[in-house]
Design a protein around this ligand. Structure first.
Ligand code: ADP
Ligand code: MG
Length: 440
């Protein structure tokens, strides 16, 4: 695992795990906290499973337990939108026994928010789950991580099962596919495995980039795919890149995949990000109030992918509920400091001074001058306050940049504006507006 995920990841996330034992085909590990267990399950679950299965024939699953909480309780899925836990939940669905993970009921078409960047993928997914034959097969979904591929696959499965109760639906990650396939081969059950796969009505294989370069699995995957398609069964495949960009996959597999519909999901734009946040808020069980300006702040700042966006919202609301504090932009900024830092563009004191001067229709020279008239002094304090809040500069440094003022002057300005923001609506609105302008 160290070689696979890198020393830093390994030390942070995997070294704290301890080995509890093996029970049949399951490996049991314990984690010091639910957070860590959840993180490992989400980010390293498939890799762990794969490596264990390689080293110890017969291993099929890795279960994480939280060491300090109720002993032996299987890791529960949180409602935080994280990936499925490693332990398959008890399932009443018609999932194919011994083949697929149960579908996630919380991933549906209804709670998938549609925008320009994902509407093709969404409509194609709807077509796969619809009554008649979709007119294309397979559906190949691709995007970078966290943009909704897995969500759409589960939504297809759920909708299809709702329409065809008792249908045989299989969903699995490509790694799971490999693990199952290799285990079956070792147990001399290769044929049964193939038959089982080919008996499904709808097969969905997630993250096929992991199959690339693995010859024997690729071969099997290809045959299965061919037969599923030829038999008129529905097939959905996802990957983190387009078919052409998958390396180490044979040409004939590529062309077979390209026969169907290839739909990509692009990064969500601001509007979609905001819509998603509103939708997640509406669905949230805990009734923490998150004002619109904070949602807008999140939509503006967290652009990488929807998983991060959702994670940020969950972190804020969970923490606010815990400490019973109102959610403000400052609160969000503090709680998400690590996340924001990673994306933060370096904002300079210069930029802050220029924007503030512009906003109050002052000359920059006035802002930095020694003049103490209220109409200059107040904007100057706002600028100092913003410099403190939005840059990592120290008080003495900020003082120097404001015409060589003392650090106590800066401290006074910060306190003054902080106090005024609670009593003076106009100042508060100015600060919010300026923060937004400077952020974007
Ligand atoms: P991928 O498989 O592409 O890495 P996921 O399907 O796991 O991404 O999505 C990550 C998280 O973001 C999930 O919790 C999912 O519900 C959520 N998500 C992604 N796109 C949307 C969307 N358009 N509407 C609602 N939730 C979304
Ligand atoms: Mg996924």
């Amino acid at each position: 695992m160290r070689a696979d995920v890198g020393a830093r990841n390994f030390e942070t996330w995997l070294a704290p795990l301890s080995f509890l034992g093996r029970e049949g085909s399951d490996i049991h590990l314990s984690a010091p906290s639910a957070f860590l267990a959840d993180w490992v399950a989400t980010n390293f679950g498939d890799r762990l499973r794969l490596h264990f299965a390689r080293l110890r024939p017969g291993v099929r699953d890795v279960c994480l337990r939280v060491a300090t909480s109720v002993a032996d309780a299987p890791l529960q899925k949180t409602d935080s939108g994280s990936a499925p836990a490693l332990v398959p939940a008890a399932s009443g669905s018609a999932a194919v026994p011994g083949l697929s993970l149960p579908l996630e009921p919380r991933y549906s078409f209804e709670n998938f928010v549609v925008g320009k960047s994902n509407e093709l993928a969404y409509n194609a997914a709807l077509a796969v789950a619809a009554e008649g034959a979709p007119g294309f097969n397979p559906l190949f979904l691709h995007s970078t991580t966290g943009l909704g591929k897995t969500h759409l696959m589960h939504a297809i499965g759920n909708a299809y099962l709702a329409r065809h109760p008792g249908a045989r639906v299989a969903y699995m990650s490509a790694e799971k596919f490999m693990v199952e396939f290799l285990a079956a081969l070792r147990a001399k059950e290769g044929l049964a495995f193939k038959l089982k796969l080919r008996s499904v009505d709808l097969l969905m294989i997630d993250d096929v980039q992991f199959i690339a370069g693995k010859e024997s699995t690729q071969e099997e995957f290809f045959h299965t795919m061919n037969e599923i398609i030829s038999a008129g069964k529905r097939l959905v495949i996802s990957a983190d890149r387009s078919p052409q960009n998958l390396e180490g996959i044979e040409q004939r597999i590529l062309s077979r995949m390209a026969w169907g519909l290839v739909a990509d999901i692009n990064a969500a734009d601001y509007e979609l990000r905001l819509n998603i946040l509103h939708a997640k808020m509406a669905a949230m069980p805990n009734k923490v109030v998150v004002p619109d300006d904070v949602l807008e702040f999140l939509a503006r700042k967290i652009t990488a992918n929807v998983r991060e966006l959702e994670g940020a919202l969950n972190r804020i609301t969970a923490y606010a509920a815990l400490v019973d504090a109102p959610v403000t932009q400052d609160f969000a900024r503090e709680r998400l400091a690590d996340l924001l830092r990673a994306h933060e563009r370096k904002l300079t004191i210069d930029e802050i001074q220029r924007k503030v001067a512009e906003h109050y229709k002052l000359r920059l020279a006035d802002l930095l001058s020694a003049r103490r008239a209220r109409d200059v002094a107040r904007p100057r304090q706002v600028a100092m306050y913003l410099a403190k809040k939005l840059t990592p500069r120290s008080l003495p440094e900020i003082g120097r940049r404001f015409g060589g003022r003392d650090h106590t002057t800066v401290m006074h300005a910060v306190k003054r504006i902080e106090a005024l923001r609670t009593t003076d609506r106009e100042i508060d609105a100015d600060v919010l507006l300026l923060t937004r302008l400077l952020d974007s």
